[in-house]
Design a protein around this ligand. Structure first.
Ligand SMILES: Cc1cc2nc3c(=O)[nH]c(=O)nc-3n(C[C@H](O)[C@H](O)[C@H](O)COP(=O)(O)OP(=O)(O)OC[C@H]3O[C@@H](n4cnc5c(N)ncnc54)[C@H](O)[C@@H]3O)c2cc1C
Length: 384
């Protein structure tokens, strides 16, 4: 089916160039990165130098100047997924977190950080989750004490993507106690990871093996006042402001996983011989893949429609949660059903399908769990 997204020749050229870049700079090294649990900083730098990092960044800050054209981000998500490069979180740094600084930061912050992001010198992570406060973000306890010309930050964050490779982190901190409405006491600070008192520990996980996820301790870290993004105690609102885009982008990652899973499986079942005929000739195989294909096509169409609405400024809060929920659940369900079609080979770690299985398990948590999305949907149905 024809996509509703208006990809122009310029977009398609970008797609072809980005694909070539990944084939040369990521695909040959990906297994190595999975083994070392890290996408090296040099990859982010190469990507930035080739003009793929923060395409939307204004030319005056060294970007390409594509502004609000999210189609470039979609293309990047699709090209990563197509190659099974699920663990490269460049989009998180350049397309999800950097916009906090661009849209909510000061001119001084834009001038300081955006050129470094555009050049690939700075990779970003975002620290919201704490050991005792995951879904319950409003109650975070990492504290930033006002010390005059700097904040003194103490606390810990967990499950931070890009946590080990990041040069700077956008950290959600408590700057005020507001017992009735705790979300009103949260601020966002840019913290340089080389600051004294920042300690990072890698978290070993199943899935997304090349992604470095970290537990981060902040022990009397001095953060200059100029690193406050927006106004003090308005951090929660800033995070919420970017949530729709984040959920839509997470959904593109998930739908790309579904497509790659189906592609791998379609190839496999045609090749695999059982009882003297191909696995694809069994009706069960045809039904499993056909049903998943229907769900994939419908989900992608709905996702594209949601993005189009978002790009025209329409409120897509409910849609963004619905597509995030549906595509991440589908990514896992399709991987699970396709592993079954691979038989025992499906769980062998040298088979790419096994990577799709463990990688897709994680997308049901990241960017807000499926239950969090269902809560948003229930709210918009007026039953919460
Ligand atoms: C690989 C990975 C990367 C991540 N990257 C980042 C990152 O870069 N930055 C960051 O800040 N965080 C990140 N996270 C954290 C992620 O956002 C959290 O895992 C998520 O918010 C859930 O928090 P939790 O894990 O503490 O689970 P909990 O909040 O303890 O939830 C446990 C279970 O309870 C359910 N639940 C929670 N609240 C409700 C409710 N009200 N009603 C019903 N059920 C509920 C949840 O859905 C879940 O199933 C990452 C997580 C993973 C796994």
């Amino acid at each position: 089916m024809e996509r509703v997204l208006p990809f122009s020749e310029k977009h398609e050229k970008f797609r072809a160039n980005f694909g070539k870049f990944l084939d040369a700079e990521a695909v040959p090294y990906y297994k190595e990165w999975c083994a070392s649990h890290m996408v090296p900083h040099s990859f982010f730098e190469k990507m930035a130098q080739a003009g793929f990092m923060a395409v939307w960044i204004d030319k005056k800050y060294g970007g390409v100047g594509a502004g609000n054209d999210f189609l470039y981000t979609v293309i990047k998500a699709e090209e990563y997924s197509k190659r099974g490069l699920n663990s490269i979180f460049s989009r998180l740094s350049g397309d999800v977190i950097a916009p906090y600084i661009n849209q909510n930061g000061s001119e001084e912050q834009r001038s300081e950080w955006l050129p470094k992001i555009a050049r690939g010198e700075v990779v970003l992570g975002v620290c919201m989750t704490e050991p005792a406060h995951g879904s319950d973000l409003a109650h975070i306890e990492t504290r930033a004490e006002d010390m005059g010309d700097y904040y003194l930050v103490n606390g810990e964050k967990t499950f931070i993507s890009n946590g080990m490779v990041a040069d700077a982190l956008v950290v959600a901190v408590r700057t005020s106690d507001s017992p009735e409405k705790p979300y009103k006491g949260i601020s966002l600070l840019i913290v340089d990871t080389s600051s004294e008192g920042v300690k990072r520990e890698f978290i070993d996980r199943i899935g997304l093996q090349a992604q470095d996820t970290a537990h981060i301790y902040f022990n009397n870290v001095k953060v200059p006042k100029k690193n406050l993004i927006g106004e003090e105690n308005r951090g929660f609102y800033i995070l919420m402001q970017h949530l729709e885009a984040e959920r839509i982008m997470a959904a593109y990652g998930s739908i790309g996983m579904v497509e790659h899973t189906l592609q791998l499986t379609r190839d496999y079942v045609k090749e695999r011989q059982l009882f003297g005929k191909s696995l694809s000739s069994f009706q069960n195989t045809q039904y499993v893949l056909s049903k998943l294909w229907v769900r994939y096509t419908m989900a992608q169409n709905y996702l594209d429609q949601t993005l189009l609405k978002y790009m025209t400024g329409v409120d897509v809060n409910q849609d963004a949660s619905m597509v995030k929920y549906y595509t991440s659940e589908l990514a896992f369900e399709s991987a699970d059903q396709c592993v079954q079609l691979f038989g025992g080979y499906g769980i062998c770690s040298n088979e790419e399908i096994s990577r799709q299985f463990v990688d897709s398990r994680i997308v049901r948590f990241m960017g807000g769990t499926s239950e969090t999305q269902l809560g948003v949907i229930a709210g918009s149905l007026g039953i919460k």
